[in-house]
Design a protein around this ligand. Structure first.
Ligand code: OSB
Ligand code: MG
Length: 368
């Protein structure tokens, strides 16, 4: 595409209910939306950083600064730019993968819209809808958790993931198992434990979980391998998988038997496909994680999750799981436990300009 400019906006979107993980509680989603303006039209992307650097080292103001100061100028320096080249052009900047992913998606969307080609088709999708799981935050007590999970099961979600942290793990998992029997159930610790907690984590084995997600810290690859030999429950990595290389290393060391793929965390949808391919060749199941995406990232995630190696339900819930109002005109809905893969060109959803403006708290545009 011939890039003419890139606009960033910070949005504040209220959540339908506060979302609590081992690293904190959010009641408003702060997110950065990217608009790429080209000679052939626009493209949209989403930078999935949160307001604070608690899930990863990236956060809104850091992504905003590096994008405006380094990444966007590097992109605008090129007269024309193929989406496949974005990662190379941005490679001199170390890290900042979420910022890079959001920028790449906007360029990719612009190119695909101009070509009339859907993102799913471009990435290699083989399904027209994807199984929808839901991520349930830490609640006041196990009773409140059972109530929340019951509501999501009634809506039709086909897999439940509950957030855990030390002291809020065994009793909550037991309560959900007791209340709902053999539902597909998994837990996510968001790095809240250490190897010293191996005995507690081994207690989870009796609940026949699909997996335990990221029990230890981002760089604890060897410790995850050690832990995996102590547990019957499969270990799935999220935070640790920052790239194709990180995934290959984790698999080589036996640190994970399942991988959660998030395009933002790994630097883009194209890198996400490469990790999918690696895992598929290695016989490692993958699933598509989420970062409370708006309709932009949610549409792109559905396209990614439609690839053949995504054999476990992802955190791709309906927009209404998090938001009363989205910034796209046709937000993702739950149909028989599934979310449809958009078929329109690019990410396949249209932006609602009024909603976008209503949620915008900052904006900046750089031109060529
Ligand atoms: O660890 O998967 C995670 C949300 C924000 C940051 C990290 C995580 C999550 C979720 C929610 O679990 C996933 C979703 O978008 O549904
Ligand atoms: Mg996770």
């Amino acid at each position: 595409v011939a890039l003419e400019g890139i606009e960033l906006r910070v949005l504040h979107i209220p959540l339908v209910t506060p979302f609590t993980t081992s690293f904190g509680t959010e009641s408003v989603r702060e997110v950065i939306i990217v608009r790429a303006v080209t000679s052939d039209g626009e493209g949209w992307g989403e930078i999935v950083t949160g307001a604070e650097p608690h899930y990863s080292s990236e956060y809104t103001q850091g992504a905003w600064d590096v994008s405006l100061r380094h990444l966007i100028p590097a992109l605008l320096d090129r007269r024309t730019l193929a989406p496949e080249r974005v990662a190379d052009v941005l490679a001199p900047v170390i890290g900042h993968r979420m910022a890079k992913a959001g920028l790449e998606l906007a360029v990719l969307d612009a190119a695909l819209r101009a070509a009339g080609r859907p993102l799913g088709e471009h990435l290699g999708a083989v399904r027209d809808r994807v199984a929808s799981g839901v991520s349930v935050g830490i609640q006041r007590d196990p009773g409140a958790l059972v109530e929340a999970v019951g509501g999501y099961l009634d809506e039709g979600y086909v897999r439940i993931k509950i957030k855990i942290k030390p002291g809020r793990d065994i009793a909550e998992t037991a309560a959900v198992r007791d209340a709902f029997g053999a539902i597909p159930l998994q837990v996510d610790a968001n790095s809240a434990y250490t190897l010293d907690d191996a005995d507690v984590l081994a207690e989870l084995d009796r609940f026949d979980l699909l997996l335990i997600e990221q029990p230890l810290q981002e760089d604890d690859i060897v410790d995850h391998a050690t832990l995996s030999r102590r547990l019957r429950t499969p270990i799935c990595l999220d935070e640790s998988i920052t790239s194709h290389k990180a995934a290959a290393d984790a698999l080589a060391l036996g640190a994970a038997s399942i991988i959660n793929i998030k395009a933002g965390r790994v630097g883009g949808y194209l890198e996400a496909v490469r990790i999918h391919d690696l895992c598929r060749d290695a016989g490692i199941p993958v699933w598509c994680g989420g970062m409370l995406e708006t309709g932009i990232g949610r549409a792109a995630n559905a396209a990614l999750a439609a690839l053949p190696g995504f054999t476990l339900p992802g955190d791709i819930s309906a927009s209404s799981r998090f938001y009363h109002r989205d910034i796209v005109t046709e937000p993702a809905v739950l149909e028989d436990g599934h979310v449809r893969v958009p078929t329109g060109a690019g990410i396949g959803v249209e932006i609602d300009p009024v909603a976008l403006d209503d949620f915008t708290v900052a904006r900046e545009m750089l031109h060529r």
